[in-house]
Structures are given as C-alpha cells and as structure tokens.
Design a protein around this ligand. Sequence first.
Ligand code: XMP
Length: 322
Amino acid sequence: MPDVLEITATDLNTEEFINEKVKEIAETVGSGTAINALSGGVDSSVVTMLGHKALGDRLITVFVDNGIMRRGEPEQIVKIFKDLGVRVDVIDARKKFFAALKGITDPEEKREAITQTFYKDVFGKLVKESKATYLLQGTILTDIDETKAGIKRQHNVFEQLGIDPKKAFGYKIIEPVVQLRKDGVRKVGKALGLPESIFNRMPFPGPALSARVIGEATETRIEKVRIATSIIEEELASVHAFQYMAILHEDKVTGMRDNKRDFGNQIEIRCWDSVDARVATPTELPYATLKKLAERMTREVPGVVSVTYNITTKPPSTMEAV
Ligand code: XMP
C-alpha cells in the first residue's frame, strides 16, 4: 500500500478540496455508475455528497437497515439526504443481522458476525446486482493507520467482500477522503452544506447498539437498549461531553415493583470527556441529572430495576463496554 499524503485540517482548503474530489470522481467514473453505503456517520455522509455532486443519479446510495440502529435513525438519515436532493435506498436486512447475531455473546464474535453479514451477505450482493463499476468508500487516514497497526480490520472492502473486485468483476474502489482525518472530514461536511447533526455527530460505533448490549444481541434486548439510548440522548443533549451511552447488562439483580420481588435488568450509563477517545474521564454530571436518568430508565425501559453510572477512567476501562 503506497503512503497516503495527509491533508491536515489546518492546511485544508475545503472549497478547493471539494472541487478537486468532485472532478476526480467524475473523471474516474466517466459514463459509468457508482455505488456507496451510507450509514449516517460523517465519513460516509461526506462521500455521499461528493459522489452526488460528481455523478448525480449515477450514484446509487444505499442505507442498510441492520435492525441495531437507534430509534428512527434510518428515517432521519434518509430525510436529511432527501432534503439535500440525494436519493437513498433503504435495504431492510434486519432479519439477516439478527439471524447472524443469534447465540453470540463474545464481543469480537459479534463484531465479526456484523462485518461478515454486511459485506458478504448484504452489501456485497447489492454491489454485484447494481452492475456499478465503482464503489465509493469513506475510508479516512486513521482507518489506514489502524489497519496497518492491526487494530481494526474492517476497512478493506476488497478483502471483506471475499473477492478481488478488479479481477473478478471490474469494480474499482474510490476513497475520496482518504487523505483526511476526522476533523478534516467534519470541515468538508460543513462546507458541503450537511446539517450540524451530521458533521458534528457524536461518535457511534459500527456495531451500533449491539456494542451496547453485554451478551446476546436479541431483538428484545436491542429494543431495551434502544429506548435507554433515546432517553440518554434526550436528557444529555445539552451536556458538552465527547460521548454518552447506555449499556444493558447481562447480569440480573433483585428489584421490587408493586411490592413484589422483580429479578430484573441493569442499565449502566457512561458519559465521557475526551479529546480523541484514546484516554477519557467520566463527566461530572450533576446529581439531579443522574437521578432523572434513573427515574426515566426504570419507568420507561421494560424490566429495568437498577441504573448505575460509570466512574472509571479510560484506561483501564474502555469507552464502550463490549
Ligand atoms: P473504546 O471502547 O475502544 O472506544 O474505548 C473508542 C471509540 O471508538 C468507538 N468504537 C468503535 N467504533 N467500531 C467502531 O466503528 C467498533 O467496533 C468500535 N468500538 C469502539 C467508540 O464508540 C469510541 O468513540
């Protein structure tokens, strides 16, 4: 892999960058068609806008509904892009993902099941069916660094598809934001007219809500953590933290409801102050906020009888529990 020339956020001229990338995509794809998967994250959103500017209707953008997104997320993302004049096709793959997650409790096996289902079973098939000649992908420089260092391994589409696309089908990969890091991508997103909810989006892991469930990610357990996530996102919306999350624990504890014993679920709340996610400290949330969170979680999330707040720093903790 040849070294990629970095463009730092400070050096970045967003207008020049956008013009250059739009021109590059248009020239590369020529009269063909391209496809890309939009997740609503800032990288894939920026790539979608660049591809749309370059190709218009010749870009097929798909949003894969894997069933482990937050409440209303597929609809919200489609609406945001519709308002920007970009058509997004939603692919309902919920059954496939839940089938792949069935019986899996190990965190790394969960990640692997999601990655394999996405690339091999869902997106890989869509790419083939679409007859697109190019695949637009939101790889950023940090992804390349992490792939090289062996930290993450899900960024090589060639490998994940289990094919050599160029040899087998003539697909080529275009990575328009590969010279940028997250802060640069956010700047380009803003310049492209994406709403702040996208260009300043709080980090959300690729394995989505399945990373917020300790143990098996069944539909019922995902729904519990989905409700908990909505509550935390509403209650902490004005808190300037790096990231906040609700986690559904596997262990149950004894609680009481209507004067009866109720052996129920536990939700753990985490809220982090951090600059780059490498080290982090828990935000000193006001006690009244924590109390409100506990009240809402026990009232609104079925079966929850205990709510805790994480007070551990990273390291030795990590930000996500799974
Ligand atoms: P950790 O838990 O490693 O998280 O302290 C650091 C940051 O990375 C995000 N994260 C992930 N993102 N796939 C992702 O795309 C993953 O498997 C994953 N695990 C953690 C996490 O949300 C945090 O911002």
